[in-house]
Design a protein around this ligand. Sequence first.
Ligand code: SF4
Length: 663
Amino acid sequence: MRYAACGMRLLLVTPPMTQLNTPYPATAYLTGFLRLHAADLGLTVTQADASLALFLRLFSAPLIERMAHILRARARGAARGSSAPESIAHFLSAAERYVDTIEPAIRFLQRRDPSLALRIVGRAFLPEGPRFAHLGMRAGGEPGALDEQLTAAFGTLGTTEQARYLASLYVDDLADVWREGIDPRFELARYGERLAASAPSFEPLHEALEDEPTLVDETLDALTLELLAQHRPDVVGVSAPFPGNVYGAFRIARAIRSEEPSVRLVLGGGWVNTELRALREPRVFDYFDYVTLDDGERPLLNLLGVLGGRRSPLVRTYVRKNGEVALETDATQQDVPNRATGVPTYDGLPLERYVSIMEMLNPMHRLWSDGRWNKITLAHGCYWKKCTFCDVSLDYIGRYDRASTDLVMRRIRALIDETGETGFHLVDEAAPPAAMRALAKRLIDDKLSITWWGNIRFEKTFTAELCGLLAEAGCVAVSGGLEVASDRLLDLMKKGVTVGQVARVTRAFTDAGIMVHAYLMYGFPTETAQDTIDALERVRQLFAAGCIQSAYWHRFAATAHSPIGLHPTRYGITLRPPPSITFAHNDVAFDDPVGTDHDFLGAGLRKALYNYMHGVGLDADVRTWFEPRAVGRRAPRQRRRRGARATVPRTTVPPDLIERYLA
Ligand code: SF4
């Protein structure tokens, strides 16, 4: 097939579900880059966000009405005495009000109808389901489980913020109904995630795609056909950044295949780059013609050249040949350097329709889901690239390529011109401090006023002076890895920081007026229950000392491309024999002879953090957050059945440890 004579139309799509508040940047970057080559290739490039489109369609009056119709019919046919989940029962009791209020509520969350705040905070406008229980004082009179401190924190918000929080709970209630009543794969930020995350076989995903469609599936199929009619593409590139986009990506490809079999389909994105490096499943190519690995610029440029009739070699591109998967690549072809990737563009995306959700009252934590942020990077990859749990062997971490400050400023100015927005999220793996300093100086010198935040390493370069400079230049928040909050384990993971250093750096940020979020990790190889409890105590002290304002505890996973996954015995663990892998490969199962019960500890860690982020329980003993039962090595089954007594260890960390570090 040759397109050069008549021109080739390429449509780049973000599949559902990703964040709702701002576009995921992959298609914006690729669109900006490919438009540099559009004239040469005879190419027209457009982009679409099917994730936002699906959300807006599902959360519209006609679809809420259809959902109510299905659930009512199901309730009528249900066996006598059986009861629906609370979310569905409440929805059906107030379905008409949901239909009447959904579109005003979404417009409000899109910031297109601010005056509605006054009605929402009156608590009589939106129906209030189970997600409101913690606030109590339901409009219907029934008090929920009142959490006094949370309610007090809620009371300190302004009217607009209170209304956004309430409208977000309302959306969460409806999302629960979609998931529990219509499609168990649907969540606001992911769709069918389990079918793709480290899925060794394609079969479950294939079965789901061939199964009877749910109303969510039908809606996505219909949206896909609308995109086809609107853009009339010759080639569709689908970028799946996470496992929670993969089912949507394949569903979109399936709908396009059946409607317009001549359209060429390409799959790429972060999930492909990490999980499809050992792809052997030929059925993937029933849906896609090409699957590209790592940065999309070079593979797409060459592929579009080939589709246009040129003799360019394919680069890191899987195809199906003679019924088998083959990786076509040409090692002489270089990746496109940062300086030549152009300026990202959101052209074609409906920026005024993104929806800001405020699920947490914590002002730092909600940055991820609240507000429209232009996304830029200061560098490709990570300048540190040593952490033993990280995918340092892969291109997206391992190939460091810093953009010049001139280029970053050009991108910032172009994005402000295009979007009218001056909020920027630096989506670097870890923004280099030297680049941040240079950017801050230039922003100040050029008197360009923007608001920005981003991901960093808590390294000692961030002195009080640098933090002050960053704040003066508009930096409002940073996030970084404190990980296991234990010097022994930080050393084992080659993080290059200590808890004392993190305390001093985070305090310098906070003193400069910059909010701090810490990524935490538990379940690291050789981590004992005592390690975890002591880590929680250090985290408690960091919150109490005002060093950090927000945090999230991730469960450690050994990944195939990290130093731990590649050399497990160096870290004291043994990998379990892998299953036969023909499809996705990322997390690898392992045994740690230490045998700590991380499942049990994780629940307490999450509870503690949730409270700390609301300023609650900061002076309580950290053992408070754990259910009374035995920890340490996994309790033998017989002992567990008898109900072992509470033995969460007392912390060995001095109560003034962080204060001493700060002194
Ligand atoms: S965890 Fe962060 S700092 Fe460490 S190598 Fe990976 S990206 Fe770099």
